[in-house]
Every structure is written in C-alpha cells, then in structure tokens.
Design a protein around this ligand. Sequence first.
Ligand SMILES: [Zn+2]
Ligand SMILES: [Zn+2]
Ligand SMILES: [Zn+2]
Length: 277
Amino acid sequence: MKLKFLGTAAAEAIPALWCECEVCRKAKIRGGKEIRRRCSYLLDDDTLIDFGPDAYWQSIEFGIDLPSIDRIVFTHSHEDHLNPVDLFWRNSPCFSRVTKPLTVIGSRRIFGTIMVHAGAAGVSDFATLHLRPVPALPGERMRDGDLELLPLRANHDPHSDPLIYVFTRGGKSVLVANDTGWLSEESWKLLDGVKLDAAVIECTGAIQGAQWRDGHMGAETSVAFRKRLVESGSLAPDAPVAVNHFSHNGGANHDDLVKYFAPHGIEVAWDGFTLEV
Ligand SMILES: [Zn+2]
Ligand SMILES: [Zn+2]
Ligand SMILES: [Zn+2]
C-alpha cells in the first residue's frame, strides 16, 4: 500500500492565510517543505482520504485524475477535511460531465454537510452528484472493493463526528490517526492487537503545544502514541511512523520538527511525502 500525503497542515494551512507569526513568515521565505496544504492523502491510486479546501490545487500538483477515483474516506466534517462546494461541481450534466459514481465513506455528519450545501442549490439527492454514501461506524469493520477499513472513534470535536481509520489491503495495514487527541480506552481496546505495518499520528500542537492531549496532540503526546502502539504489539519498533497535521500555532517549522522527532524514529510528513508498506 502506498500513502501519499497531499496536505500536512491543520485548518489554516502553513503559511496561514492571514497570519503574521514567525513560523508563517519563515515558511513564506523558505518555501518547499514549509508550504503545507490542508490535510489529505491519496491511498494507492484509487482512494482519497479527506477532501478539503485545497483539493483542486492538490489534484493538479500531484497529477491526480479525480474522475478516476473510486472513493473518498472522510475522517470528520471540519472544513479543512470536507469541502462540500467542490463536491457539488459533480452535479451532472449541469456543471460537469460525470459518468462514474464516487463512493463516499464517513460518519453521517459528512452526508448531512454535503446535502446541506447541495440543498441550498436546489439538489436534494446524492444521485444528481453521482455519489454513493456508505456510513462508517466506530468499531465496525467494513469493506469497499478490496479495501478493508476499521473506523475508530477519535478524541476530537464531537460535533464533527470524528473517526480515525485502519486501512488494510493486500495483507498490509496502515493507521491514519488525525484529527484526534489521545484515544479513549474504548478505542484503544479496539486498536490494541490490530497488526499495523505503518502509522500516521497527528501532531497539531507541534512543539509549543507539545503536551496537547485532548482534541489534538502535540509532539510529546505523538511520541507517547507511537510508544503505546509498539508496546501493545500493534507496531514493530522499526515500522514506519510519520507525524502529520501541523498547526503554525505549534511554533515549529519543518526543520524544528525533524530535529525533535529524529531520535524517536518518527518521520515528519510534508506535502508529497509517501509512506509505502
Ligand atoms: Zn484538521
Ligand atoms: Zn502563523
Ligand atoms: Zn478537525
């Protein structure tokens, strides 16, 4: 399985659109890995994980043919992960020529958010957008084509109905864990013992918010999260682990993060980074 990071920032992106902070100032000067779009991934060549406000730019930059995508898996309904406006352009034949249906997997809040926007424009059904909604429930394994998913309840704004996922395909499993703080005992119980070949752990608070543990994680908690996965036997000590979903409010540029995480065997993701298992 190949997981490509299309965006590695939290909601405001880096540099944040309106921000005058030091992290954003340096990011603008340095460019390259410092430029972080809103968090999203391409799994192999057929699955997007989240579809936020940078989806158009990401599809052009990374050469993704959106009409050929089979499914989008949503983590939660926050605006940096779900942009119903760009999904609405699937309205066919009004705005686009669309023949292939797109499966949309996520919690019910996702479908509500998509339809609130579509409804305001006079569309009241998924068929007009050629979308096939498939609800994901925490703790209930599911399959779409040859992709297996284990959704787990995240520790994040409950109004966004947040989930993290274990994706399994071809005998390999990857955990994608953003946006979330330290998991509940209920979610740990479901995750403990699940064999993982790689993990993506969120790190919104980065270094300034290193101890963030509820709603989001900071660097210290991200390290503890990896340790817990290794100690529970889910993850081999040498398995690839990357941190992701950084906020400029975390007070760290890319090299600060690399310096912090290198001794912990954790890679710092950047837009275009690929994790392969
Ligand atoms: Zn987010
Ligand atoms: Zn800033
Ligand atoms: Zn969020």
